[in-house]
Design a protein around this ligand. Structure first.
Ligand SMILES: NC(=O)c1ccc[n+]([C@@H]2O[C@H](COP(=O)([O-])OP(=O)(O)OC[C@H]3O[C@@H](n4cnc5c(N)ncnc54)[C@H](O)[C@@H]3O)[C@@H](O)[C@H]2O)c1
Ligand SMILES: [Zn+2]
Length: 367
């Protein structure tokens, strides 16, 4: 088991990482004085049916444990669902104070965190991520949000959890498609900051998709530590450091938006984004062609790219770039790799170069 401290002054918290560690939840809840409260666990049906007995062990010591089951799609991150949740928690609160538990992937994490941030001007919550993406990325850092009809994550708040409990056991039931979503973000960490992660992924490409839950320990710990360090230095994403986590996401979000978030997973869109943005970097002579070849080779070998048949045209994708919430005052930024393990933030290049890079990237999805 590994404990990572996220040092944010009075908002500091711990990330606990291990395999089959549910028996440790209670002592952490005691430390937080949450055992005097009622736990309201937000989750999806499939997660609850697979792990109800196991997760319930973690909340034996609290006053009451309630489950709220939400639909397992991105549409859950909406005002309507948020209102439904607040009605339920208001009635539960008759019996005593509560804390929320996000028990699921990024969708559950984001809406639970946002609900905790705004309900009664803030109630405590903890994250128990059940997807690989949640464990290495969305569960950590306190970015919470719901989507609006105009785009993803447009209504949100920075609101840190009080504890992040990463039990790799939950990966037992996670479908391969979802594992690949998490792998995309792990590749991202390798390119933006930690060459060692990239090397490890290269070395173990053929085994990684067959990893048993406990085999993820080292990679998940490395990524969680990186995310924690970035969040510590730039909690509110206004110092230009947290922005490096958007590598692959400027194009990736535009791809998801152009496809109305159907027939493409977040990880696939980010993989296509990372390929496009790496090609862009090479065109600018920022990235060597040998480093580009390694990036393309790893992403293709890990089979995390989308299939080209389903993809929209490059023009449609580019037209969605303007919806990106980072494009304030028309100043769209790109995070481009300069070598494996280092990126630079630059102003958006011309549409022509973006289009050419995107077209090359889309061609790589023809398999
Ligand atoms: N807040 C952040 O910092 C941040 C960062 C990255 C992504 N996100 C958000 O995260 C969301 C994507 O999250 P995600 O990729 O985790 O997907 P998700 O939450 O949609 O979960 C994917 C699917 O896997 C199922 N699932 C989850 N855990 C399972 C398990 N252990 N066993 C079986 N099935 C399981 C879910 O029910 C769902 O059907 C997006 O909304 C994105 O905007 C947020
Ligand atoms: Zn992402």
């Amino acid at each position: 088991m590994r404990i990572i401290n996220v040092k944010l002054g009075e908002r500091s918290y711990r990330i606990i990482i291990g395999h089959r560690i549910i028996s440790y939840v209670e002592c952490h809840l005691q430390k937080l004085k949450f055992t005097q409260l009622q736990a309201v666990v937000l989750t999806n049906r499939s997660i609850l049916s697979a792990h109800r007995d196991y997760i319930s062990q973690g909340f034996k010591g609290v006053k009451n444990c309630h489950f709220i089951v939400l639909p397992a799609t991105e549409r859950t991150k909406s005002w309507e669902v948020l209102l439904r949740i607040t009605r339920k928690i208001f009635s539960i609160e008759n019996k005593g104070d509560i804390f929320l538990v996000a028990f699921g992937g990024g969708v559950i994490g984001d809406i639970t965190g946002f609900c905790a941030a705004i309900y009664k001007r803030g109630i405590p919550y903890i994250q128990i991520p059940t997807t690989l993406l949640g464990m290495v990325d969305s569960g950590i850092g306190g970015k919470t949000a719901i989507d609006l009809e105009f785009g993803k994550n447009l209504m949100g708040a920075f609101y840190q959890p009080r504890l992040v409990f990463v039990d790799l056991k939950f990966l037992e039931t996670l479908p391969l498609k979802e594992i690949k979503n998490g792998i995309s973000e792990i590749v991202k960490y390798g390119i933006i900051i930690e060459r060692e992660i990239f090397d490890l992924l290269e070395k173990r490409t053929s085994e990684i998709l067959k990893f048993k839950p406990r085999q993820w320990f080292s990679l998940v710990t490395k990524c969680a530590k990186i995310k924690a360090e970035i969040v510590e230095k730039d909690e509110l994403d206004n110092k230009g450091l947290r922005a490096i986590l958007n590598f692959g996401h400027t194009i990736g979000h535009a791809v998801e938006s152009a496809m109305d978030y159907v027939d493409i997973s977040h990880g696939q869109a980010v993989a296509l984004g990372m390929v496009t943005e790496s090609i862009l970097a090479e065109k600018f002579n920022m990235l060597s062609s040998s480093a580009l070849a390694r990036i393309l080779n790893l992403i293709i070998s890990l089979d995390i790219l989308p299939r080209s048949k389903a993809l929209p045209s490059s023009s449609k994708i580019i037209s969605r770039l303007k919806y990106d919430k980072k494009a304030r005052l028309g100043k769209l930024k790109f995070v481009l790799p300069v070598k494996i393990g280092k990126v630079k933030i630059v102003d958006a290049p011309s549409q022509k170069i973006i289009r050419e890079s995107l077209q090359e990237a889309i061609r790589l999805c023809t398999r």
